[in-house]
Every structure is written in structure tokens, then in C-alpha cells.
Design a protein around this ligand. Structure first.
Ligand code: HEC
Length: 243
């Protein structure tokens, strides 16, 4: 686990962030990410620029699946993904740091940051929420995925995890050492994969037309290559009698 944190770009408080293993061309991964987002994040966060209709179309989700699994309440297909929590409630519960809209967060923070952030929560009883985060110090967000990941606590001894940095029992993020205090519903690799799906989903909603653009780009390239081949044969045909 620790090795993942060594290379890559330095960001997020001087901590080298691992590259988020996302693949936004993988529609099934984005579907899983969408389900996680709806079930674990939308209690607090919205993604108002992402409409349910577009989501269904891009990710090949049938209207029936959409109604059964992704839309709670009676939102229409043209509406954005709006949290059930009103802005007033959000302000009342989180004071000066209410949950922001996440439509563009992958562009603002970068997808590597999000992937690292969702794997960096630990118990901290001095915080109002009972949680802290090794990437985003004193964040007011509680660990929304604790039932999947399990719970980690910070260890003061900086060498604690030196020989114990794999297998999901503990890991280091920068100077902060974390140690597992309880299991979650997923193993460490399963949790990392789920967080990759979710990060990939946030990457996709920040620029939904990117996938379409890439697809069109490949089609245009294929068209150009075919034209080139055709031109070559035509060229050979024209010059055959002359040379
Ligand atoms: C209980 C409410 C709650 C839940 C559930 C929740 N969050 Fe948050 N989230 C917050 C709050 C509050 C903040 C603002 C933190 C701050 O600025 O201190 C936040 C901040 C964030 C940020 C950082 C935004 C930024 O740029 O500062 C990201 C990314 C994020 N949440 C992702 C998620 C994801 C993904 C989920 C679902 C797994 C989720 N959150 C679930 C309350 C929540």
C-alpha cells in the first residue's frame, strides 16, 4: 500500500498522491460508481449539473433500472442529481463547511486527490464529526464509506507501520500512520476498487461529453486511415501504366 504513495505528483499538502486507477471508458465501472454515489454520497451532496436522463443514456442504464436503483423520490429524467438535504439543513449541520456540489469536483481537486481522500479517513474524537482525514486535515465530512472500508485510527509512532504497510492492516499517508481498528464489509483491494469506481464516476460527471468526444475522435481517425489506404491503392492504380 505504501509503495502506491511514493511516486506520482506532489499535491494535497505536499503529500505525493498515487495515480487513481480509473478507467472512464469502462461503462460497468461507471455504473458501479453511480450506484455508490447515489447510496453513500447523495444524502449530503448533489451533482446538479448531471441529469438522470443523460446518466442513463451515457451509462446504458434502462429507465426501469434507473427508477429502481438510482432515483429516490420523484425526480424527473431531465433533473439534476439533487441531494435530499436542503441547503438550510446542510448549513445548520455543518456550519461553515457545508457539503459542496460535486459536479465539478474532479476538475477542481483532481481525480487523484479524490481517490486519496476517500482512502484517508481516520477516527478523531477531537473533531465534531468524530472523523479526520489525512489528505484534507480537519475536513468536516464524516467517513461515509466506513461500513465498507472499516475504521482506521492514527498512530503516533512514526515507525509503527514500517514493516506493516500492506495487507490492509495499516498504511502511511505522508507522515500520518494509520492502523486498522475494525473490519468493514470489503477487503482492502475491494475497497480500493470501489473507490476507483466512485472516483471514475466523479471524473466522468465533471465532463460527460469527454467519452463521446473520444469515441468520435477514434471514428474520425479510423475514417482517415481508411481514406489513406484507399488513396494508396488509387495512386498505385494510376501509375501502373505509366511506369
Ligand atoms: C454526512 C454528509 C456527507 C456525506 C454522506 C458525504 N459527504 Fe462529502 N463532504 C461533506 C462535507 C460537510 C464536506 C465539506 C468538508 C469541508 O470542507 O470541511 C464534504 C466534502 C467532500 C469533498 C471535498 C470537496 C472539496 O473540494 O472541498 C469530496 C470530494 C467529497 N465530500 C466526496 C464525497 C463522496 C464521494 C461521498 C460518498 C462516498 C461523500 N462525500 C459523502 C459531507 C458529506
Amino acid at each position: 500500500m505504501f509503495a502506491l504513495f511514493s511516486p506520482a505528483i506532489a499535491a494535497g499538502g505536499g503529500i505525493a498522491l498515487p495515480k487513481a486507477p480509473i478507467d472512464d471508458s469502462d461503462t460497468e465501472s461507471l455504473q458501479r460508481g453511480a450506484a455508490l454515489f447515489v447510496n453513500y454520497c447523495m444524502g449530503c451532496h448533489s451533482a446538479r449539473h448531471m441529469s438522470y436522463g443523460r446518466l442513463a443514456e451515457d451509462l446504458q442504464i434502462s429507465p426501469q433500472q434507473l427508477r429502481e436503483h438510482l432515483i429516490f423520490g420523484d425526480a424527473g429524467l431531465g433533473e439534476g442529481m439533487i441531494s435530499a438535504m436542503s441547503p438550510e439543513e446542510a448549513k445548520a449541520w455543518f456550519n461553515d463547511a457545508p457539503p459542496p456540489d460535486l459536479s465539478l469536483v474532479a476538475r477542481v481537486r483532481g481525480v487523484d486527490w479524490i481517490y486519496a481522500y476517500l482512502r484517508a479517513f481516520y477516527r478523531d474524537d477531537s473533531r465534531p464529526s468524530g472523523w479526520n482525514n489525512a489528505i484534507f486535515e480537519n475536513a468536516s465530512m464524516p467517513h461515509a464509506l466506513a461500513e465498507l472500508q472499516g475504521v482506521f485510527a492514527r498512530v503516533e509512532d512514526e515507525n509503527e507501520n514500517e514493516n506493516n504497510n500492506s495487507g490492509g492492516d495499516g498504511y502511511a499517508i505522508g507522515k500520518i500512520q494509520l492502523k486498522r481498528i475494525s473490519e468493514g464489509g470489503m477487503s482492502a483491494p475491494e475497497y480500493d476498487a470501489a473507490v476507483a469506481d466512485l472516483s471514475g464516476f466523479l471524473f466522468y460527471i465533471a465532463e460527460p461529453s469527454r467519452r463521446e468526444r473520444l469515441r468520435v475522435g477514434y471514428l474520425v481517425m479510423a475514417g482517415l486511415i481508411l481514406t489513406l489506404v484507399a488513396c494508396y491503392f488509387l495512386y498505385r492504380e494510376y501509375w501502373r501504366d505509366i511506369s
